[in-house]
Design a protein around this ligand. Structure first.
Ligand code: ADP
Ligand code: ADP
Length: 225
């Protein structure tokens, strides 16, 4: 069963065709890596799925529902960016609780969900920490937690580890893949790193000039010649 349907989607910025008649179906619980060089349209595609950008043409549906017209708080997606954009004037708990308060959840439920998701990302007990006191890796875990706490249908990750060093990147890759499989959350992961795509993806979609160049399982995409 596919959860996400991207159907003949294009995005044109004045003279640039950033995404060009792109179609993709993503299955429930699948992790798809969008892999490709800088400028191939990966981020634009992800932003459209997240509802941050409107397609020039085509249709994006999640569970059969057209998503482009939904207000932000109704979007069934959670997005994590390269720069985590945490609110530095709030502690970890408040960063995570913010979106739940907007949804008017009761305080005890907010507490339960925030604490649960902090455990999940390995930051149990970190709620009262100020985000500026955390390491880069921890901050990225908070950013992930802030998305997950809203229980999105689809998780969107835009080069979330790009600013981290190699060692930490490899560790977070494993952590995220593990969390993704435990939650069985459908995920689109943008990267320009082959290693990353190879180690994480159920399926790799190689993009070039806004189109799909190849889409297959990692072992097929990187089969020895
Ligand atoms: P990638 O994520 O693969 O690096 P992007 O989706 O960021 O690719 O960009 C695809 C193309 O669209 C590039 O040529 C980029 O310059 C262009 N582009 C992206 N966003 C905008 C924008 N807001 N305005 C104009 N051009 C844009
Ligand atoms: P990084 O993200 O920089 O790799 P980690 O999250 O791997 O940092 O932290 C390494 C270990 O140190 C973990 O077990 C973590 O719980 C612990 N740790 C990190 N920062 C603190 C802190 N400020 N206080 C207590 N323990 C910490």
């Amino acid at each position: 069963m596919s959860v996400l349907n991207i159907s003949d989607v294009s995005k044109v910025f004045s003279t640039t065709r950033a995404v060009d008649s792109f179609s993709l179906d993503v299955a429930d619980g699948e992790l798809v890596c969008l892999l490709g060089p800088s400028g191939s349209g990966k981020s634009t595609l992800l932003r459209m799925v997240g509802g941050f950008e409107r397609p020039s043409s085509g249709l994006i549906t999640i569970d059969g529902q057209e998503i482009t017209h939904l207000p932000p708080e109704k979007r069934p997606t959670g997005m994590v960016f390269q720069s985590h954009a945490l609110w530095t004037h709030m502690n970890v708990f408040k960063n995570l609780a913010f979106g739940l308060k907007l949804r008017r959840l009761p305080a005890d439920e907010i507490k339960r969900r925030v604490e649960g998701v902090l455990e999940l990302v390995g930051l149990g007990g970190y709620g009262t920490r100020h985000v500026t006191q955390l390491s880069g890796g921890q901050q990225q875990r908070v950013a992930l937690a802030r998305s997950l706490v809203l229980e999105p249908k689809i998780l969107l990750l835009d080069e979330p580890f790009a600013s981290l060093d190699q060692h930490l990147r490899e560790r977070l890759r494993e952590e995220v893949r593990d969390i993704q499989q435990r939650l069985k959350i459908t995920t689109l992961f943008v990267t320009h790193g082959q290693d990353e795509a190879l180690s994480m993806a159920d399926r790799i979609v190689v993009m070039r000039d806004g189109k799909i160049e190849q889409a297959d399982r990692p072992d097929v995409v990187y089969r020895e010649p």
